[in-house]
Design a protein around this ligand. Structure first.
Ligand SMILES: CCCCC/C=C\C/C=C\C/C=C\C/C=C\CCCC(=O)SCCNC(=O)CCNC(=O)[C@H](O)C(C)(C)COP(=O)(O)OP(=O)(O)OC[C@H]1O[C@@H](n2cnc3c(N)ncnc32)[C@H](O)[C@@H]1OP(=O)(O)O
Length: 216
C-alpha cells in the first residue's frame, strides 16, 4: 500500500472488489501493455472523427466492414471490469478510461485535485461547445477523486449539481479543480470549478457517501 486513499498496488493479486464497487482504488501502469496509451488515443480519435463524419454510401460500406473486423478482434480480448486497464492506468489521461473526457493530474492532496481537462470533438454539445452532460461526467469522476483523497476510501455520488456559467470550449486545455469542503460522518461534500483561463465555465456542488465494507 502507498500513502493516500485506500490504494491497492497489486489489484491482480487479491479480491479486487467487495459488493458492487471496488474495495480499493486500483492503480496500475502496465495493464494493456506499453502501447495501451496509443491504443486509447486511436479510439478517441475514431470517436472524434465519427462525431463529425458524413461518409459516402460507398465509404460507409467500407467502414462498416473495417469496423466489424476491429470489433471482432476486440471482442476476443474482453475481460471483466475489475481487471480491465481502463480506469486503473494512472499514468494515462483519465486513468486510461475513454468514457471520460481526458484530463491530466497536475496536483492532488488534502487541498483537492487540480487537472488540465480537454473536451474533444466527441464531446460536442453544439456550436463548438462541450455537452453539459460530459461536463457533469468529468465533475463526477474528479469529485470522486477528491473524495477518495479526503476520506482515504471509496465513495459513491449521492447528488451532483452543475451550474453552467459560460460556454465550455472544445479542444482547449481547461483547468478543473475539485476539493472536499466538509466531511460529516460518511458524507463528503465536494465542490468543483472549471475555468478557461480566468473565465469560469462551470461549478459543481456534490455529495459523495463513503461506502461501508461490502456495500453493493
Ligand atoms: C497521478 C496520480 C493519480 C493517483 C490516483 C489515486 C487515486 C484515484 C482516486 C480515486 C479514483 C477517482 C475517481 C473516482 C471514480 C469514480 C467516481 C464516480 C462515482 C459514481 O459515479 S457513483 C455512481 C452514481 N451514484 C450512484 O449510483 C449512487 C446510488 N445511490 C446509492 O447507492 C445510495 O443511495 C448511497 C450509497 C449514495 C447512499 O446510501 P446508503 O444506504 O449508503 O446511505 P444512506 O441512505 O443511509 O445515507 C447516508 C447519509 O447520506 C444522506 N444522503 C444520502 N443520499 C442523499 C442525497 N441524495 N441527498 C442528500 N443526502 C443524502 C442521508 O440522508 C444520510 O445522512 P445522515 O447520516 O445525516 O442521516
Amino acid at each position: 500500500m502507498i500513502d493516500g486513499p485506500d490504494i491497492s498496488e497489486n489489484p491482480d493479486d487479491e479480491d479486487p472488489h467487495e459488493g458492487g464497487f471496488r474495495a480499493h482504488t486500483a492503480i496500475t501502469t502496465s495493464r494493456g501493455g506499453p502501447r495501451y496509451a496509443e491504443f486509447s488515443e486511436q479510439v478517441r480519435t475514431l470517436m472524434d472523427h465519427a462525431r463529425y463524419a458524413c461518409p459516402t454510401p460507398e465509404m460507409a460500406d467500407e467502414l462498416i466492414e473495417d469496423l466489424k473486423k476491429i470489433n471482432d478482434k476486440l471482442a476476443t480480448v474482453r475481460i471483466d471490469e475489475w481487471h480491465s486497464p481502463a480506469g486503473t492506468r494512472i499514468d494515462l489521461p483519465s486513468r486510461g478510461n475513454i468514457t471520460l473526457p481526458p484530463y491530466e493530474v497536475i496536483d492532488f492532496g488534502p487541498d483537492g485535485v487540480t487537472t488540465t481537462l480537454t473536451f474533444r470533438d466527441f464531446h460536442l454539445g453544439g456550436n463548438a461547445a462541450a455537452h453539459g452532460g460530459h461536463i457533469a461526467v468529468a465533475f463526477d469522476d474528479l469529485g470522486g477523486f477528491a473524495s477518495a483523497i479526503a476520506i482515504e476510501g471509496v465513495s459513491r455520488t449521492a447528488y451532483l449539481t452543475v451550474q453552467y456559467r459560460s460556454i465550455t470550449p472544445l479542444n482547449t486545455p481547461l483547468r478543473a479543480r475539485t476539493w472536499a469542503e466538509k466531511i460529516e460522518g460518511r458524507k463528503v461534500f465536494i465542490k468543483g470549478t472549471l475555468h478557461d483561463g480566468d473565465r469560469l465555465c462551470a461549478e459543481m456542488d456534490a455529495l459523495f457517501i463513503k461506502l461501508n465494507p461490502g456495500q453493493p
